[in-house]
Ligand binder design. Structure first.
Ligand code: AMP
Ligand code: ZN
Ligand code: ZN
Length: 304
């Protein structure tokens, strides 16, 4: 296989795009594509300050790398969730996020749930008496709350996460199985901000996980290889496996599943529901917008 651009030996085969690229041209292609998606979906401008949520994994660290290379003003945020499970998962992720920032002279905010709230994901799961499979939903809630808090407090215009196409297709698959209308309406490369809620963007949403893996490896980014040990058995992982089987037999399935969904929604598939937006009021405890009656779910679980 030869690089489509320079005819040198290819390093990455982009099957779904019917092309292969050498290392050098692949490392140019990824940021150029990202810049295209940022523009296409109107994610942010060069004047806006971006907060990149970094987990220490390949996607979010590569995202940070790409945004900085493209010349955006991007700081990082790492949330230490206190997950150990015998592999020091959180502290190792934190070390890698800090190393990445230090080596490039970038600013990284760190929120430590233990120091801030005297809680961790395992302690919150125990406290809320939820079953183990629910770890991920509590973790998602905590991350969303803290990402928004830091973005707001430090005046960032936008919050960027490292969700890739495999993540988005798996979420879409789950939401479609349940015909979860509200979620389908909101699943988007850009979620506009509302009073008290910062705009959220997913610049990597059109890249396959294997493209992100290739980018991190070829760029020499050191990242945590382990998946979160608490996510074992999560339905999202099961959906990813199913989609990988489809993709294997029919290359391009994941991308068309996701892009055709975006197209269908744009052309009005869910327009009836567009007016339905939950009423939000500020949580009396933390001040963040919530649709829950009284205090928000974060404060109910974490601080009460
Ligand atoms: P996940 O929820 O693990 O699928 O991660 C999705 C995205 O959320 C990642 O690409 C990151 O942008 C962000 N993220 C996940 N974990 C953390 C964390 N501990 N701190 C900051 N951001 C995170
Ligand atoms: Zn080349
Ligand atoms: Zn609250």
């Amino acid at each position: 296989m030869k690089c489509r651009i320079c005819r040198a030996k290819a390093s990455v085969n982009l099957r779904q795009h019917n092309m292969a690229l050498c290392k050098e041209h692949f490392l140019e292609w990824m940021p150029a594509q990202t810049a295209r998606f940022i523009k296409k979906y109107g994610m942010f401008t060069p004047e806006e300050k971006i907060l990149v949520a970094v987990s220490g994994g390949k996607d979010s660290l590569s995202l940070w790398d790409i945004l900085v290379r493209l010349g955006y003003q991007a700081d990082g945020l790492y949330i230490c969730l206190g997950i150990d499970e015998g592999i020091r998962y959180s502290s190792e992720s934190q070390r890698l996020a800090e190393k990445f920032a230090l080596e490039r002279g970038l600013k990284l905010h760190v929120v430590d749930m233990q120091k801030e709230y005297k809680e961790s994901i395992p302690s919150l799961t125990l406290k809320s008496n939820r079953s183990r499979g629910k770890d991920c939903s509590i973790c998602g809630l905590v991350k969303r709350h803290e990402m928004n808090r830091i973005a707001r407090d430090f005046g960032y215009a936008v919050l960027a996460t490292g969700h890739n196409l495999d993540d988005e297709a798996a979420v879409l698959f789950g939401n479609t199985l349940n015909w979860a209308g509200e979620y389908l309406l909101r699943q988007s490369p850009v979620l506009e901000g509302r009073p008290g809620l910062v705009r959220k963007v997913k610049p990597l949403c059109r890249f396959y996980e294997r493209e992100m893996l290739a980018y991190a490896l070829l760029r020499g980014i050191e990242y945590i290889y382990d998946e979160c040990p608490l996510s074992v058995g999560a339905t999202s992982i099961y959906y990813k496996e199913m989609l990988n089987r489809l993709e294997n037999d029919h290359p391009g399935t994941k991308l068309s599943f996701y892009l055709n969904f975006l197209k269908a929604r744009k052309s009005g598939l869910f327009t009836d529901r567009e007016e339905i937006q939950a009423e939000l009021h500020p949580c009396p405890t933390c001040g963040q917008p919530t649709s829950a009656e009284g205090i928000c779910s974060f404060c109910r679980i974490v601080t009460s």
